[in-house]
Design a protein. Structure first.
Length: 337
């Protein structure tokens, strides 16, 4: 369960003061729907960049918004701290979207979204060929997703972190079962596609941010589930990436790794930047154990297509044992008394 803390009196007042100004409220209404840049906000509101920047600075200082960098671009979003986010979304829910000025802002936001979608589609079209070739060699995405859902069970996921989120497919799949979902990827182009797909799916509780697998831009011990889907074979130090991912797992949380079993398809290394030709079960469980996690299940998905067996997908689930240890100690204490 999420630990929802109350805001201090001063923080609460600062947030209300920050939002209680027409332009800043319009900014918050927009950023509650999408992460946006200063230039995008300037075009939507029709105000100067210095003016918009001043308002954003005040909203960030009050804790209402967060600013983060992706290369040369700075994005803004509503704070992902649960209490502040809840306050902001409650306030946003009370605003009449039928107001002419608000309606005009939202129409211009749709124009920004459409432009993003066009750029994302162009990038995907020019790069999708090699993804389709690789997909033809292994179990279908639908099979892998079904196996993942089965392995995770039906219990609700509080917070999700998807490392190497790519086009955001796992966010789409799992966000409906989460309170909050975060996707991290090093590629701005991939993040643009992910944002577009989340927009189109109407998923409001998921966000994406730029970062690399060795230095995750997220809080420690904060996620009930961490996923690493088809990422490790691109990395020169997968053990370090698993260790970094484990630092984000909450006590009692879980990690799911999906990657290829060992294979000999050298063209993937030569043409598609795969640094590792798959991982043995022993390698994956070793990475997890070294990171302090406890492997609980491992399964292999073999393609049922014409090219059966060329690539086998491995799905490995591990859990953080710290909560289990605490429960055991509590049980022993009760029994002793």
């Amino acid at each position: 369960m999420l630990d929802i803390r109350k805001l201090s009196f001063g923080s609460f007042v600062d947030a209300l003061k920050a939002v209680a100004e027409p332009t800043r409220l319009r900014l918050v209404l927009l950023l509650a729907r999408n992460d946006l840049t200063v230039s995008e906000l300037t075009s939507i509101l029709g105000q100067s960049q210095p003016r918009i920047s001043r308002h954003l600075k005040l909203l960030v200082e009050s804790g209402v918004l967060l600013r983060y960098q992706e290369g040369a671009w700075a994005y803004f979003r509503v704070s992902d701290e649960a209490t502040m986010s809840g306050l902001v979304r409650t306030l946003v829910g009370w605003v009449d979207e039928g107001d002419p000025e608000i309606r005009r802002d939202l129409e211009r936001l749709e124009s920004v979204r459409a432009d993003r979608a066009r750029r994302a589609a162009s990038y995907f079209a020019s790069n999708a060929g090699h993804w389709d070739r690789i997909r033809a060699l292994h179990a279908s995405d639908a099979e892998v997703e079904h196996a993942l859902l089965d392995a995770l069970g039906t219990r609700r996921i509080g917070t999700l972190l998807d490392i190497g989120t790519g086009t955001g497919r796992l966010l789409e799949l799992l966000a409906p079962r989460c309170e909050r979902a975060v996707g991290v990827d090093a590629s701005r182009e991939m993040l643009a596609i992910a944002r577009t797909k989340l927009d189109q799916a109407g998923i409001a509780n998921a966000l994406v941010r730029q970062g690399d697998a060795y230095h995750l831009p997220v809080e420690r011990q904060a996620f009930d589930l961490v996923t690493i889907h088809q990422v490790l074979h691109y990395l020169d130090d997968p053990a370090a990436a698993v260790a970094e991912a484990a630092r984000a797992v909450a006590p009692g949380g879980r990690m799911a790794i999906i990657d290829f079993a060992p294979h000999s398809l050298e063209f993937l290394r030569a043409e598609h930047a795969h640094l590792r030709l798959g991982f043995s079960d022993e390698s994956l469980t070793g990475y997890l154990e070294e990171a302090g996690l406890e492997p609980v299940s491992i399964q292999h998905l073999v393609s049922k297509g014409e090219q059966t067996g060329e690539l086998t997908v491995t799905l490995c689930i591990a859990r953080d044992p710290r909560l289990l240890v605490a429960d055991d100690e509590s049980t022993r204490s009760i029994q002793a008394s």
